[in-house]
Design a protein around this ligand. Structure first.
Ligand code: SOE
Length: 388
C-alpha cells in the first residue's frame, strides 16, 4: 500500500509528507512513535510527519505495535522497506548491536536516518556511519533527547551568553535502580555482545553528550573505574546468563580548556529511578538540572545582588523559554516524552531548511570516542587520551 504524497491540512496548499519507517518498537520505539504522531499536533512544520511502517522481527508483535502506536503498516522485511520510494526517514530504535548495520543500509538507500544512542558499538562502527552519511548527503540525527528539555536548552543559552563565565567544572550523574535486584532477568542491556557496555554506554553516553552540548567543552583525557555487582542473572528460561558489562562506571575527565569533570552512571542505586543530574560550575556562577525535576533549572550567579544570592529555581515552562510556547499556557509542565517530540520537530525543521541539526553522527562519534577511552582506561588503570 503506498502512502499519500501530500496531506490536506486545510491550509491553501497541501503539505508534503515525511514518511517514517521505524525499526524496532520496544521502549524507545514507543517514545519515538509517540513523537512522530504528536509533532504534527503541536509544531508547524514544512512536512507532515507520517508514522508509516514499523519494521520488527515478529510479524504479530510488529502488527500489534503498529496498531498501538498508530503506524499505517508493519513488516518484517527491512530490505523491501528500504527499497520503497515512499519511505523518506528511517528511525533506528533497536538494541545497540544493530544500529550500524541498519543505519548503513538505510543510508545506502538514500534515506534520512535517526538513530538511538549510543550511535554504535565501537568507534570504528561510528566512523563508518559518519562517512556513509557524508557520502549520501542525507540528514542524520542521534536521539540524545535530553538536549531538548526546555530547562537544558535554557542552560545551554545561559552558558553560551557567558552568564557562568568560564566553565571550570562538570559534575554529572545518571543514577537508576532497575537492576539493583539480582532477580531481574538478563536482557540485551546486560550482555556485551548486544550492548557493548552497561550503564556506561546506556547512561554515561547521555551525560557525555549533554555536557558537550551545554558547555561546548571537548574531552582531553579520562580515567575510569567500573564494577559488576551481579555477575549472573536469570535468563528467563530457567537457567542463568552471565553479566559481562558494568552495573556502575565512574570516571574523571580533563577537558581541553583545563576544566575538569566527574561522571557517574549506575543502574543499581536503590531509590534513584531516572536521576540524570548535571551541575556546571563556572567562574561567575553555576547551574544544576535534574531530570526528575525536568522543568526546573537551578541557577547561582555572583552577578545577582549580594542579598539576593543563593541558588534560585527557574520554572522553564513560561512561553519565554524554548519549546514552552508550543504546548500550554505559562507554567503548565511537560514531561520526558516531550523531549522526543522536540527532537523530531527540530530535525524536521532542519531537514527542510538545510540548517545544521545536533546531535548528528559526528556528535555520536565524539561520544563513542569518550566511551571507548574510558573503557580503555579502566583496563589500563591509567589516564587515556580521548581520540576521535
Ligand atoms: C535505560 O537505562 C534507559 O531507557 C536508557 O536507555 C534511556 O536512554 C534513558 O533515557 C532512560 O533509561
Amino acid at each position: 500500500m503506498s502512502i499519500a504524497a501530500t496531506v490536506n491540512t486545510g491550509a491553501a496548499a497541501a503539505k508534503p509528507v515525511l514518511n517514517v519507517a521505524m525499526v524496532g518498537h520496544a521502549f524507545m520505539g514507543r517514545a519515538h512513535g509517540n513523537a512522530f504522531r504528536q509533532v504534527n499536533h503541536f509544531f508547524d512544520l514544512p512536512f507532515h510527519v507520517v508514522p508509516a511502517v514499523i519494521v520488527g522481527r515478529d510479524p504479530e508483535r510488529a502488527a500489534a505495535a503498529a496498531h498501538k502506536l498508530g503506524f499505517a503498516e508493519s513488516t518484517t522485511d527491512l530490505k523491501a522497506t528500504l527499497a520503497r520510494q515512499d519511505i523518506h526517514l528511517v528511525d533506528v530504535a533497536t538494541p545497540n548491536d544493530s544500529h550500524c548495520a541498519i543505519a548503513l543500509q538505510a543510508l545506502a538507500a538514500g534515506k534520512h536516518v535517526l538513530c538511538e544512542k549510543p550511535l554504535a558499538m565501537t568507534v570504528d562502527e561510528a566512523k563508518s556511519m559518519v562517512a556513509a552519511a557524508k557520502k549520501k548527503k542525507v540528514r542524520v540525527g542521534l536521539w540524545h533527547n535530553y538536549r531538548r528539555a526546555p530547562a537544558t536548552r535554557l542552560a545551554a543559552q545561559m552558558i553560551a551568553r557567558g552568564d557562568l563565565g568560564e566553565v571550570r567544572q562538570v559534575r554529572a550523574v545518571y543514577l537508576q535502580d532497575w537492576l539493583a535486584d539480582a532477580s531481574v532477568p538478563a536482557s540485551w542491556r546486560t550482555s556485551r555482545k548486544t550492548c557493548g557496555s552497561g550503564a556506561h554506554g546506556d547512561l554515561n553516553a547521555h551525560l557525555i553528550d549533554l555536557t558537550r552540548a551545554l558547555t561546548g567543552l571537548e574531552f582531553d583525557s579520562v580515567i575510569g573505574v567500573q564494577q559488576t555487582f551481579t555477575k549472573e542473572r536469570p535468563d528467563g528460561a530457567g537457567g542463568t546468563a552471565k553479566v559481562d558489562v558494568d552495573d556502575a562506571l565512574c570516571f574523571l575527565a580533563k577537558f581541553k580548556n583545563g576544566a575538569v569533570g566527574t561522571y557517574e552512571a549506575t543502574r543499581v542505586a536503590p531509590g534513584r529511578k531516572n536521576f540524570n543530574c548535571i551541575e556546571i560550575s563556572g567562574s561567575k556562577g553555576s547551574l544544576r538540572w535534574n531530570l526528575e525535576r525536568m522543568n526546573e533549572l537551578e541557577v547561582f550567579l555572583f552577578a545577582d545582588p549580594r542579598d539576593g544570592q543563593g541558588f534560585r529555581t527557574i520554572m522553564c515552562m513560561d512561553s519565554v523559554h524554548p519549546y514552552a510556547a508550543n504546548w500550554w499556557p505559562d507554567g503548565h509542565i511537560v514531561g520526558y516524552e516531550h523531549t522526543f517530540v522536540h527532537h523530531v520537530a527540530d530535525f524536521v525543521a532542519a531537514l527542510a531548511s538545510g540548517e545544521p541539526f545536533a546531535p548528528d553522527f559526528q556528535d555520536g562519534l565524539a561520544v563513542q570516542g569518550v566511551l571507548a577511552a574510558v573503557l580503555e582506561s579502566v583496563k589500563a588503570g591509567a589516564w587515556v587520551k580521548v581520540r576521535r
